[in-house]
Design a protein around this ligand. Structure first.
Ligand code: RP5
Length: 197
């Protein structure tokens, strides 16, 4: 081969040993650069939100902290926006329409009363939408629950319990875990912890 035909005029070591030194050095450089590439890619992925949380009002935030806390515990990067389907419809439209291209994989939509936010978001994105019906003062959240769960055929919104913020986080992670082993592993761990408790 071209490598074996190289001539080594050096006197401090014989040809074969010198070739080995070069070979090991080149291999080492390639290994280190591959490792650095993997590490940088990992860092980029870690920063990239994969779950998008949207909620209709600031008043939903306290409840939805149960969702963000669980996503953080599970190591799932997320982005969060407050936008209302009836008060700021353009903002909802723009956010939902660009969600998939921004790298999001699942959407969690929290809203109360005539809770149409999840359905509106689902209309603008191919991503799966999980709704969290907020507990309300007048009807206890039954209004939010029925609004979300009764989506007409063709535009589904999955729905957790009234104020089921934590379950929405776990469910979103399970959706991610269907194709990404690192998230599936988080759910396996979570289940093992629950069994131990
Ligand atoms: C919905 O109406 C929100 O999602 C919230 O749950 C409910 C009440 O909103 P605020 O009047 O507290 O802003 O849009």
């Amino acid at each position: 081969s071209w490598f074996h035909s190289l001539q080594f005029p050096f006197t401090w070591t014989d040809g074969p040993t010198f070739k080995k030194i070069i070979l090991y050095t080149v291999r080492w450089i390639l290994d280190v650069s591959a490792y650095l590439k993997r590490r940088n890619k990992g860092a980029e992925m870690a920063d990239q939100p994969v779950v998008g949380i949207i909620m209709g009002s600031k008043s939903d935030l306290a409840t939805m902290e149960g969702c963000t806390a669980e996503l953080e515990r599970l190591g799932v990067p997320y982005e969060l926006v407050i936008a209302s389907a009836h008060r700021t419809p353009d903002k909802v439209h723009q956010w939902a329409e660009t969600a998939a291209d921004r790298g999001l994989k699942v959407i969690i939509a929290a809203a109360g009363k005539a809770a149409h936010l999840g359905g509106v978001v689902a209309a603008f994105t191919p991503l799966p939408v999980v709704g969290v019906p907020m507990k309300t003062s007048d009807l206890g959240g039954m209004d939010s629950l029925l609004s979300m769960v009764q989506m007409p055929s063709g535009v589904p919104v999955a729905c957790v319990a009234i104020n089921g913020a934590k379950n929405a986080a776990i469910y979103a992670t399970q959706i991610l875990g269907a194709s990404l082993p690192e998230y599936r592993e988080k759910i396996v761990q979570l289940k093992a912890e629950m069994a131990d408790a």
